[in-house]
Design a protein around this ligand. Structure first.
Ligand SMILES: Nc1ncnc2c1ncn2[C@@H]1O[C@H](COP(=O)(O)OP(=O)(O)O)[C@@H](O)[C@H]1O
Ligand SMILES: [Mg+2]
Length: 253
């Protein structure tokens, strides 16, 4: 492991048994996440993307495999109470549906993780102000989620996921409910977090236009990493991404 590696995922396997069928959702998945990297996991529906994020986020456990963080093997991360501790110290989640508390204001939603942790009033105020500024919602702070657009609601969710400054953000189809322009706006917020906070992010998507924002793309198919794309200039090479995608789709049919 080199010093730039934040997370190491080694030989993850996960099989679900449903109505006598065994589904191999993850088959021997190995990769690293670097510090300050936006890593995209791209694949068609059912390729194992959400399963992977749930395991990295200790919301589910693998049948086999190991995860290390900063070079330290997280051998208890799938057992309570360590799972909860691992999640609260290391992971921020962003989902397709924003999972906001509808009776709380924007600032209260963002503050929630801090309040649950028992932070002081002044700490909450300072950090929430800073986060509202980062996600561009200062003038919306008193509004309820219902009064906001989808893109604004997702920005609240991003603020809430980042308020504890977790080393890793896990984003599962974060633009899945948003139109093209709003998706771009949200992806730019994530890019800003990466650039301003050196935030490490794993983003799952089935959409090549979203994947193109990644520093690196892992192409998933049937629970396996079947191809990788590494961006080496500012602009992603869309032709190359589409070629890789097409070849995976051909393999599938
Ligand atoms: N809780 C579960 N029980 C049984 N099968 C599951 C469960 N969750 C996911 N699967 C199956 O595992 C495979 C991978 O699912 P998932 O990780 O959700 O894929 P993706 O997020 O890429 O669409 C799919 O075949 C799916 O039907
Ligand atoms: Mg999914």
């Amino acid at each position: 492991m080199d010093n730039n590696t934040l997370l190491s995922v080694n030989n993850l396997c996960k099989t679900y048994t449903a109505a006598e069928n065994r589904i191999s959702a993850l088959k021997d998945i190995t990769f690293d996440l670097n510090r300050g990297e936006l890593l995209v996991v791209m694949g068609t529906s059912g390729s194992g993307k959400s399963t992977l994020l749930q395991i990295i986020g200790a919301l589910d456990s693998p049948d086999q495999g190991k995860i290390s963080l900063n070079g330290v093997l997280q051998d208890k991360m799938f057992m309570e109470p360590y799972a909860t501790q691992y999640r609260s110290e290391n992971i921020g989640f962003i989902f397709q549906s924003f999972h906001l508390m509808k009776d709380l204001s924007v600032e209260e939603n963002i503050a929630l993780p801090l309040i649950l942790k028992g932070a002081s009033g002044s700490e909450v105020k300072g950090k929430v102000n800073e986060m509202l500024d980062l996600v561009g919602l200062t003038s919306w702070r008193k509004q309820r989620p219902m009064q906001l657009s989808g893109g604004q609601q997702q920005r609240v969710a991003i603020g809430r996921s980042l308020i504890m400054r977790p080393p890793i953000i896990l984003a599962d189809e974060p633009t899945g409910n948003l139109d093209f322009n709003t998706s771009r706006e949200i992806l730019n917020v994530l890019i800003e977090m990466k650039e301003q906070l050196n935030q490490s992010i794993i983003l799952v998507t089935h959409d090549a236009n979203v994947a193109a924002y990644g520093d690196r793309i892992l192409f998933f198919h049937d629970g396996e990493i079947v191809d990788t794309y590494v961006k080496n200039t500012e602009e992603a090479d869309m032709d190359c991404i589409m070629d890789k995608l097409r070849s995976i789709m051909e393999r599938a049919s």
